[in-house]
Write a protein that binds this ligand. Structure first.
Ligand code: ZN
Ligand code: FE
Length: 264
C-alpha cells in the first residue's frame, strides 16, 4: 500500500488483481473505497489502518472495478455510490450519481463528472481544489493512454478527455490500472519521440524497477506526453493529420491514434 497526502484527505493505493489499483480516500470521518476490484486487499488495508469502510465509489460498472462491492457492503454496511446511468449494472448501489450532483459525505466533498466513452455510464470523482486537486478517473485517462471504447464513440471519449484536461495541470490523477510503460512504448514507436515522452519513459522504467507504481502522475505531464491527449495541441494535430492524410480536427486525430493503439 502506498499513501499520498492532500489538504484535508489522504489517498491510499492498493494493488489488486493483475494490474489494477484500488484507492482509499481517508478523512477524519470518511474512508471511501474507489473501485474495489476485489474485497480481500481492501479488508487487509482497512485492518492496517484500523478503520472501517464507510463508502464505496464506483467509476463504472466493469467487474474489475465493482467485484468487491457486495462482499465489502455486507462486511461494513457501507454506502455504495455509482453512476445513475448504470444503476442496474452496479452491484449494491445506494446513491445514484451524475454530473451536477456533488457529493458531500461527512467531511469529504466530491465533485462528480460524467465522462462517457470507455462505458456509457463512466464517471470521475474530483477531490480538493486548485493546486491540490485529486482526480479518480477509473479507466478514462491512464498513464500515457486512455481506456478502450467498449460502449461509447470516439467523439464522446474525446469530449470526456477534454473535460478532464480543464482541471489544473498540477492535478494528481489516480487511474485504475498500471499500463503506463506499455502505453509509452506505443507512443515512442508510433506517435511521438519528444524529449518529454523520453523523459517520462525513463522515469517510468526507473519507478517500476524499484517496485513503485507510475501512478499517480500529474495531468500536466499527460497533456505533454499522453498520445490520447496530444490532439488538443494544434501544431501536433496539423502535423499528424498531414502525415496520415486525415482531417485536422481533434476528433479525427484522436480516433486515428486510438485505432492505432487498438492494433498495436
Ligand atoms: Zn473498465
Ligand atoms: Fe478496468
Amino acid at each position: 500500500m502506498w499513501s499520498y497526502e492532500h489538504n484535508g484527505f489522504s489517498v491510499h493505493q492498493i494493488p489488486a488483481l493483475r494490474d489494477n489499483f484500488i484507492y482509499l480516500i481517508a478523512t477524519d470521518e470518511v474512508l471511501a473505497c474507489v473501485d474495489p476490484a476485489e474485497a480481500a486487499p481492501v479488508v487487509a488495508a482497512c485492518r492496517q489502518l484500523g478503520r472501517k469502510l464507510t463508502h464505496i465509489l464506483n467509476t463504472h460498472h466493469h467487474n474489475d472495478h465493482t467485484g468487491g462491492n457486495l462482499e465489502l457492503k455486507a462486511r461494513y454496511a457501507c454506502m455504495v455510490a455509482g453512476a445513475a446511468h448504470d444503476a442496474l449494472r452496479i452491484p449494491g448501489i445506494d446513491l445514484h450519481l451524475s454530473q451536477g450532483i456533488d457529493l458531500r459525505i461527512g467531511d469529504l466533498a466530491l465533485q462528480v463528472l460524467d465522462i462517457p466513452g470507455h462505458t456509457t455510464g463512466h464517471i470521475a470523482f474530483v477531490c480538493g481544489e486548485g493546486d491540490d486537486t485529486a482526480l479518480f478517473c477509473g479507466d478514462t485517462i491512464f498513464g500515457a493512454g486512455c481506456g478502450r471504447l467498449f460502449e461509447g464513440t470516439p467523439a464522446q471519449m474525446w469530449h470526456s478527455l477534454e473535460k478532464l484536461m480543464r482541471l489544473p495541470d498540477s492535478t494528481r490523477f489516480y487511474c485504475a490500472h498500471e499500463y503506463t510503460l506499455n502505453n509509452l512504448e506505443f507512443c515512442l514507436a508510433r506517435i511521438s519521440q519528444s524529449d518529454a515522452v523520453k523523459a517520462y519513459s525513463t522515469w517510468c522504467k526507473d519507478r517500476l524497477d524499484k517496485g513503485i507504481p507510475s501512478i499517480p502522475g500529474t495531468l500536466g505531464r499527460e497533456k505533454q506526453c499522453n498520445p490520447m491527449l496530444l490532439p488538443a495541441d494544434e501544431a501536433f494535430r496539423i502535423n499528424y493529420a498531414k502525415l496520415h492524410g486525415i482531417g485536422e480536427d481533434a476528433v479525427s486525430v484522436y480516433t486515428h491514434i486510438r485505432e492505432a493503439r487498438n492494433h498495436w
